[in-house]
Design a protein around this ligand. Structure first.
Ligand code: ZN
Ligand code: ZN
Length: 144
């Protein structure tokens, strides 16, 4: 099987929602922004970004929440597990929380975004590029 045909499955905590992605992700990123941290209750949120046509739900229908203008976050209405992030300014993409995948170890993080909002006590010892906000219109910043 060609690598681009690889499928990755995932689900919410209760299993009411399941999904599948195909092919290689566009990116895998640690997001330190306050919204993602609050949405997950975690110190950092790690996303797998895929094109919309690489993603589909295989069971159930999530609920949606507009966390800010043009931004939709989906979650399981039964167990509350946050699942995806979609934004009008990334119209072709779905960003999926890596730990909702059955095998998050299959994905390798490539960068950190919104380190300007990171919790000071969180230290991740890698040499990945770090961006103050997004990576789309910026150059990496030096590690503090
Ligand atoms: Zn659920
Ligand atoms: Zn974020």
């Amino acid at each position: 099987m060609a690598k681009s045909d690889v499928a990755h499955s995932g689900r919410c905590l209760c299993g009411a929602i399941t999904f599948e992605t195909s092919g290689n992700p566009r990116f895998v990123a640690h997001c330190h922004c306050q919204s993602c941290r609050r949405n997950t209750g975690s110190a950092v949120a790690t996303f797998v970004g895929v094109l919309k046509d690489q993603f589909h739900y295989t069971k159930g229908t999530p609920r949606n929440f507009a966390s800010s203008p043009g931004v939709t976050r989906s979650f399981c209405g039964d167990c509350g597990t946050p699942l995806t992030y979609q934004a009008d300014f990334y119209p072709d993409e779905v960003h999926i929380y890596v730990s909702t995948f059955d095998h998050p170890e299959d994905f390798t993080p490539q960068l950190h975004v919104f380190v300007s909002e990171a919790i000071p006590w969180l230290h991740i010892d890698d040499n990945l590029p770090r961006y103050a906000t997004t990576s789309r219109d910026a150059t990496p910043i030096d590690r503090a």
